[in-house]
Design a protein around this ligand. Sequence first.
Ligand SMILES: Cc1cc2nc3c(=O)[nH]c(=O)nc-3n(C[C@H](O)[C@H](O)[C@H](O)COP(=O)(O)OP(=O)(O)OC[C@H]3O[C@@H](n4cnc5c(N)ncnc54)[C@H](O)[C@@H]3O)c2cc1C
Length: 430
Amino acid sequence: MNNYLRNTALVLTAAAVLTGCSSAPAQPAETAAADAGVSGEFESTVKGRNADMTVKTTFENSVITKVEVTNHQETSGVADGALEGVPAAIVENNSIAVDSVSGATITSEAIKLAVSNAITEAGLNVEDYQKAPEKQETSAEAEKLTADVVVVGAGGAGVSAALTALQEGADVILLEKSAVPGGVSVIAGGPMGIDSRLQKEAGVAGTFTVEEVLAYWQSYNAWMDDGMLFYNIASQSGETIDWLGENGMPFVFMGTEQAAHADGFPTYHIYADQENKAQYYVDVVNNFEAQGGKVYYQTAAYELKAENDKITGVKARSADGKEYDIDADAVILCTGGFGANADMIEEQVGFPLETFTTGTQTGDGATMSQAIGAGKGKTIQQYHGVTSYSGIQTGQGKDEIAKAIYLASSLWVNRRASRFAPEDLNYDTA
Ligand SMILES: Cc1cc2nc3c(=O)[nH]c(=O)nc-3n(C[C@H](O)[C@H](O)[C@H](O)COP(=O)(O)OP(=O)(O)OC[C@H]3O[C@@H](n4cnc5c(N)ncnc54)[C@H](O)[C@@H]3O)c2cc1C
């Protein structure tokens, strides 16, 4: 009797082999005729990216006909591609050997594990559901595209650059490696700003200058940051926050400096709705598309085209293997950091670091630039320290601990009073 011919009696007596998760029949398997295969619903609870998630798998005659994520706390926007795409791909291929969605790999793998558990729970053999989906036939010839500007990466920097270029009258293509926009920018609380409309309404605008904020931050960062870059960003920060608000990404003004940093000037703005901030990125990109911009998701740029020391375009490849050869007058690299690239961390930092990314920040912009001889001057790196406060709540000194760690004059020691890392890693402001 092969696994597709198992009958219900076998299903009901099958022992579930589960580790670190739970799985149970959501609905008793049908008492179908012997040899008809397994039919029924099986639920499994596994660890997702943020918390446990529950997935219900439906079999009809041992074929997976439905996969539903019935309960989860994954980050809206970041995980949407996986929550929708992975169940659909599993059903389409009757296989758990489907691709994970880049940018949401932990969520993708969790869904696959839950379905694998359901297969076991149903008394079926997981190996029978490991067939790799047939890849879509891709033409050897790359599709040729042209644009005035190609923006690579749809995080905070990329969506802003793409929409700005479009509104300035350029033909713009936006490439995003992940299935959704937002990148690490979705994780952030919000930006600093000087003289935003919100600060004007709060009566704060004009009470401090860009130069004062710059002097404060440079001192805070022990003069390790790039003053010119900071000045350019800071002097346009207020109008940028206003402009983002008008284009689908509203903020609120906090009236303070970000608590985890130090007692600086009141510059801190946060996304208006912290629960749904990922949706703001979708809204800005929708806005971009509605105004004529073109977006290619799950499409990673991998090579800059250059002739006579001039960038002439970029090559990109979609997750299903389709090639794009794009000619452009300008390519704007907004691929974020390299926190998801362990080799690059070792090379740049000298030892491994635990990082906080969405999995797609692999330093591609730097790699592509360096491959054509660029980007070998001063590189800007931001090591944004993240602190774990075991058992300490706000109001019990949490912010003071964070400030002490972030301040460049601090010495970092472990419980044996030994230094464990160079403190100048704490290069908090680009
Ligand atoms: C926990 C945490 C909290 C933070 N809080 C704050 C805060 O409160 N305020 C603040 O100002 N900053 C904060 N930061 C820092 C801030 O989030 C980042 O500096 C900023 O979001 C970086 O934006 P970005 O657009 O450069 O990168 P990202 O937002 O990461 O965007 C890069 C995009 O490029 C895509 N990509 C990568 N490679 C390719 C490729 N080859 N082809 C196509 N696409 C590609 C990625 O998928 C991604 O979508 C925080 C960071 C962390 C980790």
